[in-house]
Design a protein. Structure first.
Length: 175
């Protein structure tokens, strides 16, 4: 009985080891790719979250500008001359507000347009005894440098009506 010659066992093992090495490298590449993808997704999520926070703060800063301007034109303390039934003009426009440091360095610019204009004749709308003026207020809040990731800007508009009634009791002459 003649048997074919046997291969040495060492040669058979080395072929298996080569396959295991290729499989191990393949798995390492797949795991590294998945890890890089996870880091990329995480970085984008953090950047998106930071941009959302900047935008929300810019919105609130612009809203503070609208509130300030509304206070100026509504004349809640009746600072117009006693007995006066004229309606207030807009504040100097545009005005840049100085916000406290706690507001994070946002710049707020507020503009006001009065309808009808103060220079018009008459400079109010009249219905019965009531006189009205309308104000368009625009507040723009921004932070950072345009085109950079730390930039955020929000613009809000509000329309306000102020009414006085010459026949109403003073000092407010409220409608």
């Amino acid at each position: 009985m003649n048997r074919p010659p046997r291969r040495p066992r060492a040669a058979h093992r080395s072929r298996g080891r080569g396959f295991a090495l290729v499989a191990a490298i393949f798995l390492l590449v797949i795991i590294a790719t998945m890890g890089a993808f996870a880091v990329h997704v995480s970085a984008n999520a953090h950047a998106t979250s930071a941009a959302a926070v900047l935008g929300a703060r810019a919105y609130e800063a612009a809203r503070a500008g609208i509130e300030w301007a509304a206070f100026q034109v509504r004349d809640p303390n009746n600072t117009l001359a006693p007995g006066a039934t004229n309606l207030p003009d807009c504040f100097a426009s545009p005005t840049t507000l100085a916000l406290p440091a706690a507001m994070g360095g946002y710049t707020v610019e507020v503009a006001c347009t009065r309808f009808p204009a103060m220079s018009a004749s008459p400079n109010f709308h009249e219905e019965g005894d009531k006189r009205s003026a309308y104000y368009l207020i625009t507040a723009t809040a921004s932070t950072g440098v345009a085109g950079r990731p730390d930039y955020a800007e929000r613009r809000l508009e509000a329309r306000i009506e102020k009414c006085k009634d010459p026949t109403a009791p003073g000092p407010a002459y409220a409608c």
